[in-house]
Design a protein around this ligand. Structure first.
Ligand SMILES: Cc1cc2nc3c(=O)[nH]c(=O)nc-3n(C[C@H](O)[C@H](O)[C@H](O)COP(=O)(O)OP(=O)(O)OC[C@H]3O[C@@H](n4cnc5c(N)ncnc54)[C@H](O)[C@@H]3O)c2cc1C
Length: 302
């Protein structure tokens, strides 16, 4: 029996920093690659207004996203990579191949699939410390423009984009009242000396329309059990993320996909690995490493 025919040596799902790093590493190893991306090349980079912890003098995420887009275009032109715009739904590891199923039912086969789909934003209905009593949609903090933040502004959750937003908008003078559940205490350490931030430690928050007037009524249950009500002009969401896992992946209790628990033909890279280490540099390193792991485990044996 001959070697099975694959659509590609490696299929990479997601073209954020980890997926692009995987594709670049695969090309350097002369592996044929298909990259499947549901949105834009660059992933979360498009949401980062200020960047100061990635090598290469990038001052914001879109600049780095443009460079990654150019990298993929170079690989595509050189015939080493194909970019497919589609949403993947499930992945499967078998003895002789890995399979990826797309939303429209198409199936791709490869020696290995690298899943680098990152995380998706949590909404109030995803977390147990927030209750909303009326149709409530909180716009994301990262998208907020300082000039639009008139009046009292509350932020639901103390996730890391708070620090990024403050660095991206040094001119903003609005006070952000950050409703912080215990799980976010360690995350707000980096911003609590910023005089534009007021941390409100909470056990639970209920949000409803006030009986009179505009804005939102924010009822806070403090950690000691006391209750206080505030009227907010604006409530912004900064609740954190949930893993964007595909069907067929092994998941931990928190929904993330530990690389060591997957089928040998399935590699996990970037933010999808764990709630920890969610940074651009680590996601790039893990994307490259995922392909090398496959290369040393499989390609050298054939
Ligand atoms: C507001 C904000 C600010 C940040 N600031 C910083 C910072 O200053 N410094 C830093 O180091 N990190 C920062 N981060 C974190 C950083 O953006 C992430 O760690 C990094 O982008 C993770 O890369 P990734 O490739 O794993 O995932 P992502 O960048 O999330 O890319 C995943 C890609 O997969 C695609 N995808 C998802 N599901 C599917 C599917 N089913 N089928 C096909 N494609 C799919 C998505 O469209 C996306 O393009 C910030 C994040 C946010 C949200």
């Amino acid at each position: 029996m001959g070697e099975p025919r694959y659509d590609a040596d490696v299929v990479v799902v997601g073209a954020g920093p980890s997926g692009v790093a995987a594709a670049v590493m695969a090309a350097s190893l002369n592996l044929r690659t298909i990259v499947v991306e549901a949105g834009r090349v660059g992933g979360k980079l498009h949401t980062i207004g200020a960047l100061d912890n990635v090598a290469g003098n990038w001052s914001n995420g879109p600049q780095l996203a443009a460079a990654l887009t150019a990298d993929l275009e170079r690989l595509t032109k050189a015939g080493r990579c194909t970019l497919v715009h589609a949403t993947a739904v499930s992945v499967r590891g078998l003895d002789d191949r890995a399979e990826l199923t797309l939303e429209k039912g198409d199936l791709m086969t490869a020696q290995a699939v690298v899943v680098a789909t990152g995380v998706a934003a949590l909404t109030p209905s995803d977390v147990d410390w927030v209750t909303t009593r009326s149709a409530f949609i909180a716009p994301p903090l990262w998208r907020a423009v300082p000039q639009d933040l008139a009046g009292r502004t509350y932020v639901l959750g103390g996730d890391r984009p708070l620090g990024t937003w403050l660095r991206a908008h040094p001119e903003a003078s609005t006070t952000l009242h950050v409703l912080c559940p215990p799980a976010d205490d360690y995350k707000v350490e980096e911003v609590k000396r910023d005089e534009r931030v007021r941390i409100v430690p909470v056990a639970h928050v209920a949000i409803a329309r006030p009986t009179y007037g505009d804005g939102w009524l924010v009822e806070v249950e403090q950690r000691a059990g006391d209750r206080t009500s505030y009227v907010a002009t604006t409530v912004l969401s900064n609740l954190g993320n949930k893993p964007a896992a595909l069907e067929g992946l092994a998941r931990g209790e928190d929904g993330y996909c530990p690389p060591e628990q997957q089928h040998p033909r399935i590699q996990i890279a970037g933010d999808l690995r764990s709630a920890r280490y969610q940074r651009i540099s680590t996601s790039q390193g893990s994307g490259a490493e995922a392909v090398l792991a496959h290369y040393y485990a499989t390609a050298l044996q054939t």
